[in-house]
Design a protein around this ligand. Structure first.
Ligand code: HT7
Ligand code: ZN
Length: 858
C-alpha cells in the first residue's frame, strides 16, 4: 500500500460549505442522495475529487443536469468543473447488512448506525472525506416506521412526518460546520433514558441515552447519564466550555470497532462503555464508563469545535482529550489512585509500542492506513505531553493557554503546532525545545544519581538522559523533562518542599544545601515526565520511600521497583543485590498496617507488577521464568502474611452493597486479600474463593472470585464457571467476561481452554467485543501466548487470518503482540516471526494488517 506523508499536506482544492443528505434506509439496501455545494479554494484548475470506497454512482448531476463527465480513480470520483461554485448531486446504493467492517453505515442487532472516523464517510457517499473540509449538514432520513421508529442524526431535529406505506421521515440540521468524520445517523427500535442539563448560561439541553428495548439495558444507563451531566458541568468549571446544541444523544451499540465516537450531538458507543449495574458490571467497568462518556463529551470542544487539519494531527484532539478525561476522573474519585492507574496503562501499552517496530512520534510523519494510528502513543503519550505542558504552565497559565487555543481556533481545523503556540502565548512559555516531544519517538531513559558531601552539607543530583533509536530515527536530541523532585530526610521522613527540576540537556547537575546526612531521593513524583528512570538507590532507601514518601505515586514506584528488580534478577539469574523475602514481607506488612492509607491506595501499592511489565525490564524476555518468579513471590507473600490478609479479608467484609469510594476501595482490597490467600494456599483456598463467589451480591466480587477459581485444578472451578454461564448467558457483555477470565487464568491447561472457547457456540468473529474478550486475553496472558510450543502464536495468527477479510481494523490490532518478537529468546522469536510471515503471505490481505505485519517484520 502507498505511504502518505505529513510533509505532503496541501489545503483542499475544493470546499463544501453545505451538504444535504437524503437516506432511504433499510438493512439490505439503503439509497443515499448527496447534494453538496462546492466552491473552488484558490486559483487552480484541479478537478473536484470526491473520495469513495466500494461505491458506484447511480447518477451524477452538476447544477441539476445529468453529467457523464466524470471518472473513477482508486475508488474516488473525479469531476472536472468549469466554474468556481457548483451544486453536485450524487446517488449511491449501499448494503448495510453486508458491511462487516463496521465502518460507514452498518447493521447491528437490526439497528442501522454509522462509524465515519477516520475514513468511513467515503463508504456512504462520494465526498472530500478529509478533516479540513468543514460543512453544515442537513439530513433527511426515511424508513419503515415499525422497524425503525427512532431516526437520529447530528444537531437538532427540525421536522418529522409520516409518509405513505408505513414509512416516516425525520430531518436533522446541524448548525455547526463539521468534517465528514463527525457525521452520524442511527435508525432503529430504541428506548431512551431522558434527562436534561442547564448550561452555565442557562440554556436547557435535552439528554437521551438510547438502547434496545426489552433487554434490561434501559435500567443500566443511569451511571452513564450521571457521568454525562458531571462531564458537562466539569467542562464549564474547569475549561469554561459550554455545550452548544439543544440536544445531546448517545446510542449504545453492540458491534463496534473501538470504545465510542464523538459525532456532533450524537455520540455512538460500544455498549460496554454505557451499560452498567452492580449485578453485571464491576467497579472498574463503572470507572471506564465514566471516563469514556467524559472523553467523548469533552471532544465537543477538543475535536469538534476545534478539529484536526489532517490525520497526522490526531493527537491534537486525542492526547488533549485523554488528558481532560484523566483530570475529570481524578476529580471525581481519588486523584492519586487514578494517576497510578493511568501510568500502569501507559507502561503496559505505550512503552512497549515506543520500544518496538511500530514506534512513532505522537505526531507521526507517515502512515499507510490511518486506523492503525489510533495508538497508545497518540492517545496516552499524547496526554502525557499535554500534562507536561500543564505542569510547566501552572494551573492559571494552562487555563489561559487553553482559553486562547479555543478562542483562536474555534470553527477551524488546527494543528499540534497551533496548540503549542497557544501554550506559549497564553502561558508565557518558550516551548522551542519541548516541541521535540512531537517529533521524536522512543521513551527517554533517565539516570539520576544523588551524591552527598558531608563537609559542604550538600546533596548533588546528576541527571542524564538519552532517547533510544526507533525505526527511521536515530541520534536523538535531549527532551525537556519536568521532574518533580523532593529530598527526604531519612530521620524525620520530611522534606523542605517539592521542586520542579526541568532537564533540557543530555546531562545536568543540581546542588541542594543544608543536608547533614544523605537524603532519600524522591524523583519524578506524580510521574511528571513519561520516562523510564533509574536512580540506583539501594534496597534500604527504596524500602524507606515505599513506607514514607508523601507522594503517593513515588511511594508506589519505590515498591514496584523493589519487586521488579527482584523478579528480573530471579528470572534472568543475575547476582544483583535485591530485596529478600523477609524484608519484602515486612514492607508489605507495614503497608497493611498503615492506618492512614485509603483501601484503594493500599491495594494499588500491594498489587505486583504484571508479568508483561517485569518481562519488559529484561534484556531478553523469558516469560516462563517471569511467571515462576512472580507466582513464587505471590505464594510467599500470601503464606508469610496469611494472618494479616485474613484480618483484612474479615475486617473489610461488607454489611451491605454500596457504591461510594470507601465501599469500592474496601471491595478492591478485600479482593486482593483473597487473591493472596489463594496464592499462599492458606487453608481451603478453593473453598474460600467459592464462598466469596457464592456470597457475592455484585459483579466485582463475583468476577474476582471466579478469576481465582479459574486458575485452579479443582471441581469447584467448573461448578462456578457453569453457574456464571447459566446465569449470564443472555448478557453479551457479561459473557465476554466469562471468556476473558478463563483465557487470562493461571491454569496449567489455559491454552487448551482457549482453544475450546474458540469453538464454543457463543464465540463469534462477527462481534469485536467477543473477539477481544478471548484473543485480547490470550495476547495478554504471557503463559498462554508465549507457550514454548508456539501454539499461542498460532492461535492468534489463525484468528487474524480468518478475521482480516471480515473486519480488517480489528484484525490488524492483534498484530503488535507478535511484532514484539525481537525481545524474546531465539526459539520464541523464530516462532513469532514465522506466524507473521504466514499472515503476510495471505492473498488479498487488508491494507490495515499488511502495514502492521510488514513493519513488524522490519
Ligand atoms: N475518536 C474516536 C475514534 C474512533 C475510531 C477510529 C477508527 C475506527 C473506529 C473508531 N471508532 C471511534 C474515538 C475516541 O477517541 O473518542
Ligand atoms: Zn477520543
Amino acid at each position: 500500500p502507498p505511504t502518505i506523508y505529513r510533509k505532503d499536506y496541501r489545503p483542499p482544492d475544493w470546499l463544501v460549505p453545505d451538504v444535504a443528505l437524503g437516506f432511504d434506509l433499510d438493512l439490505a439496501e439503503t439509497l443515499v442522495q448527496a447534494d453538496i455545494q462546492v466552491t473552488r479554494n484558490g486559483d487552480h484548475g484541479e478537478p473536484l475529487r470526491l473520495e469513495g470506497d466500494g461505491l458506484e454512482p447511480e447518477e451524477v448531476l452538476v447544477d441539476g443536469a445529468a453529467s457523464n463527465d466524470w471518472r473513477l480513480e482508486e475508488g474516488a470520483l473525479i469531476l472536472p468543473l468549469s466554474g468556481d461554485a457548483h451544486r453536485i448531486s450524487i446517488t449511491t446504493r449501499i448494503q448495510p447488512d453486508k458491511n462487516t467492517q463496521l465502518m460507514g453505515l452498518y447493521a447491528s442487532n437490526d439497528m442501522l448506525c454509522t462509524q465515519c472516523e477516520a475514513e468511513g464517510f467515503r463508504r456512504i457517499t462520494f465526498f472530500p472525506d478529509r478533516p479540513d473540509v468543514l460543512s453544515r449538514y442537513t439530513v433527511e432520513m426515511r424508513a419503515d416506521k415499525e422497524r425503525f421508529p427512532v431516526l437520529l442524526s447530528n444537531g437538532n431535529l427540525v421536522r418529522e412526518e409520516a409518509l405513505e406505506d408505513g414509512r416516516h421521515l425525520a430531518e436533522w440540521h446541524d448548525p455547526w460546520p463539521k468534517p465528514s468524520y463527525l457525521f452520524a445517523l442511527v435508525a432503529g427500535d430504541l428506548v431512551a433514558n431522558r434527562d436534561s442539563f442547564t448550561t452555565m448560561s442557562g440554556k436547557e439541553v435535552d439528554l437521551a441515552i438510547w438502547v434496545r428495548p426489552g433487554t434490561g439495558d434501559l435500567e443500566r444507563t443511569g451511571h452513564a447519564m450521571t457521568a454525562l451531566k458531571n462531564s458537562m458541568r466539569w467542562d464549564e468549571e474547569r475549561y469554561g466550555r459550554e455545550y452548544d446544541l439543544a440536544v445531546f444523544n448517545i446510542v449504545a451499540v453492540s458491534d463496534f470497532n473501538m470504545g465510542a465516537m464523538e459525532n456532533k450531538g450524537l455520540n455512538i458507543f460500544n455498549s460496554r462503555y454505557i451499560l452498567a449495574d452492580p449485578d453485571t458490571a464491576t467497579d472498574a467497568d463503572f470507572d471506564a464508563i465514566e471516563g469514556v462518556v467524559a472523553h467523548e463529551y469533552f471532544h465537543n470542544w477538543s475535536g469538534n469545535r476545534v478539529t484536526c487539519r489532517d490525520w497526522f494531527q490526531l493527537s491534537l484532539k486525542e492526547g488533549f482529550t485523554v488528558f481532560r478525561d484523566q483530570s475529570f476522573s481524578a476529580d471525581m474519585g481519588s486523584a492519586p489512585v487514578k494517576r497510578i492507574e493511568d501510568v500502569r496503562v501507559l507502561r503496559a501499552a505505550q512503552f512497549p509500542e515506543d520500544g518496538g517496530p511500530l514506534a512513532h512520534p505522537i505526531r507521526p510523519d507517515s502512515y499507510m492506513e490511518i486506523s492503525n494510528f489510533y495508538t497508545a502513543t497518540v492517545y496516552n503519550k499524547g496526554a502525557e505531553v499535554i500534562r507536561m505542558m500543564a505542569t510547566l504552565a501552572g494551573d492559571d497559565g494552562f487555563r489561559k493557554a487553553t482559553d486562547l487555543y479555543f478562542d483562536r481556533h474555534d470553527g477551524e481545523a488546527a494543528t499540534c503546532e497551533d496548540f503549542v503556540l497557544a501554550m506559549e502565548d497564553g502561558a508565557g512559555l518558550d516551548l522551542t525545545v519541548f516541541r521535540r516531544w512531537y517529533e521524536q519517538a522512543g521513551t527517554p531513559q533517565v539516570t539520576a544519581k544523588l551524591d552527598h558531601d558531608p563537609q559542604a552539607k550538600t546533596a548533588t543530583l546528576t541527571i542524564s538522559q538519552s532517547v533510544p533509536d526507533t525505526p527511521g530515527q536515530s541520534d536523538k536530541q535531549p527532551m525537556v523533562l519536568p521532574l518533580k523532585t523532593a529530598l527526604i530526610d531519612r530521620a524525620t521522613g520530611q522534606h523542605k518542599g517539592e521542586q520542579l527540576l526541568v532537564l533540557e540537556e543530555a546531562e545536568q547537575r543540581f546542588t541542594f544545601d543544608g543536608f547533614d546526612a544523605p537524603p532519600a531521593l524522591s524523583i519524578n513524583r506524580g510521574f511528571s515526565a513519561p520516562v523510564t528512570l533509574s536512580s540506583g538507590q539501594d534496597v534500604e532507601t527504596l524500602a524507606f520511600l515505599a513506607r514514607h514518601d508523601d507522594d503517593s505515586f513515588a511511594r508506589y514506584e519505590a515498591l514496584q521497583q523493589l519487586v521488579t528488580e527482584r523478579l528480573v534478577s530471579e528470572a534472568s539469574g543475575s547476582e544483583a543485590e535485591v530485596i529478600d523475602d523477609a524484608m519484602l514481607a515486612q514492607v508489605f506488612a507495614d503497608i497493611l498496617a498503615d492506618d492512614r492509607l485509603e483501601e484503594a491506595m493500599r491495594a494499588e501499592l500491594l498489587t505486583l507488577p504484571s508479568e508483561s511489565f517485569v518481562g519488559e525490564q529484561m534484556a531478553v524476555i523469558r516469560p516462563d521464568r517471569v511467571n515462576q518468579a512472580r507466582q513464587a513471590m505471590r505464594k510467599m507473600l500470601g503464606a508469610n502474611l496469611a494472618e494479616q490478609w485474613q484480618q483484612h479479608y474479615v475486617k473489610l467484609a461488607p454489611s451491605g452493597f454500596a457504591m461510594d469510594g470507601a465501599a469500592r476501595g474496601a471491595r478492591r482490597m478485600r479482593g486482593l486479600a483473597l487473591a493472596y490467600l489463594v496464592a499462599g494456599e492458606v487453608g481451603d483456598a478453593a473453598g474460600t474463593a467459592h464462598a466469596h463467589f457464592e456470597a457475592a451480591d455484585n459483579m466485582t466480587d463475583r468476577q474476582t472470585a471466579l478469576a481465582s477459581l479459574a486458575g485452579m485444578e479443582h471441581p469447584l472451578r467448573e461448578q462456578a464457571l457453569d453457574a456464571f454461564y447459566t446465569r449470564y448467558k443472555d448478557n453479551a457483555l457479561v459473557l465476554d467476561k466469562w471468556f476473558s477470565l478463563q483465557a487470562l487464568s493461571f491454569h496449567p491447561d489455559v491454552l487448551e481452554h482457549i482453544a475450546a472457547l474458540a469453538k464454543h457456540p457463543d464465540f463469534t468473529l462477527a462481534n469485536p467485543n467477543r473477539v477481544r474478550s478471548l484473543y485480547g486475553a490470550l495476547a495478554g496472558n504471557p503463559s498462554a501466548f508465549h507457550h514454548a510450543s508456539g501454539q499461542g502464536y498460532r492461535m492468534l495468527a489463525d484468528m487474524v487470518i480468518a478475521l482480516d477479510p471480515k473486519n480488517a481494523q480489528t484484525a490488524a490490532r492483534f498484530i503488535p503482540p507478535l511484532g514484539r518478537w525481537r525481545r524474546f529468546d531465539e526459539g520464541r522469536a523464530g516462532l513469532m516471526r514465522a506466524e507473521l510471515e504466514r499472515i503476510r503471505n495471505v492473498d488479498g490481505l487488508s491494507r490495515d494488517t499488511t502495514e502492521q505485519v510488514v513493519k513488524s517484520l522490519g
